[in-house]
Ligand binder design. Structure first.
Ligand SMILES: C[S@@+](CC[C@H](N)C(=O)[O-])C[C@H]1O[C@@H](n2cnc3c(N)ncnc32)[C@H](O)[C@@H]1O
Length: 241
């Protein structure tokens, strides 16, 4: 199966599910609010890097319905946000949620196909989206992303990650995910729907793999800032600050 076919399947899944996304994601990702809190917190370290009041240029990959986009627009009140998603339905919902057209540039695109000026972005950020890239595409995409960042710019990502050893790590994380989602009151039919997506369209890596790909791409100050069960926040910087 080619990357392009996979991409269309992912786009179709999220376009079809865009209207119900906000209600469903809160059921199936029990730590969704905390994930955002930790992701935004990770952008405050190191303290010398991003000035919240500055006219930052922020690029959000896989914005979905705009839940993180909205928080970014509030935390960084003078920033320009470019929010990207392969699904036009998702981008339209994100745009409506922020409702500040002068500050937001919505883009419907595969984020691998973006044309971004080199050294132009202060923060590349993403939640629950990069696991849609096949693992073989991730190292090259991290290199592409480093080129977009200004010196001193940050990359921060919240995503699902498996444990080492990989095969057992995937089974273990999936079991934990189902247990936590059901305990969180997830509708079993909704969970089953997402599990099919997860098993056929998601590509989970381990945190050490992400950190090593970031290092190979040339990022500095690479770290995992937070991790609970299936969810992790990690990233790096384009040195020097
Ligand atoms: C699970 S949703 C996460 C949405 C949002 N970031 C959030 O945290 O709620 C993943 C989103 O990434 C988008 N996506 C996945 N792969 C993509 C790609 N290669 N290019 C652009 N968008 C992509 C999907 O269309 C979907 O809206």
């Amino acid at each position: 199966m080619t990357t392009v076919t996979l991409h269309h399947q992912v786009e179709h899944f999220f376009s079809q599910g865009s209207a119900g996304y906000d209600a469903e994601i809160l059921q199936i990702v029990p730590l969704y609010p905390q994930l955002f809190e930790e992701l935004l917190e990770s952008c405050t370290f190191p303290t010398s890097s991003l000035d919240k009041e500055a006219p930052l240029n922020i690029l959000e990959l896989g914005c979905g319905t705009g839940n993180l986009s909205l928080l970014l627009s509030q935390v960084y009140p003078n920033a320009q946000l470019t929010v990207v998603d392969a699904s036009a339905e998702m981008v339209a919902l994100a745009e409506a949620k922020i409702s500040q057209p002068q500050r937001v540039t919505p883009v419907v695109s595969d984020f691998r196909m973006l044309s971004i000026a080199p050294n132009s972005v202060d923060l590349v950020i993403s939640s629950l989206a990069l696991h849609h890239l096949p693992d073989e595409d991730k190292p090259g995409f991290y290199q592409q992303m480093l080129g977009w960042l200004k010196p001193g710019g940050l990359f921060r990502c919240a995503d699902q990650a498996i444990l080492n050893p990989r095969t057992e790590g995937l089974d273990y994380q999936l079991q934990r995910w189902e247990t936590k989602a059901l305990a969180n009151g997830a509708d079993p039919a909704v969970l089953a729907h997402w599990k099919t997506h997860l098993l056929t369209q998601d590509h989970y890596a381990t945190v050490p793999e992400h950190l090593s790909w970031l290092s190979d791409a040339g990022f500095t100050d690479i770290d995992c800032y937070w991790r609970v069960a299936f969810w992790a926040v990690f990233g790096g910087a384009k040195g020097p600050y």
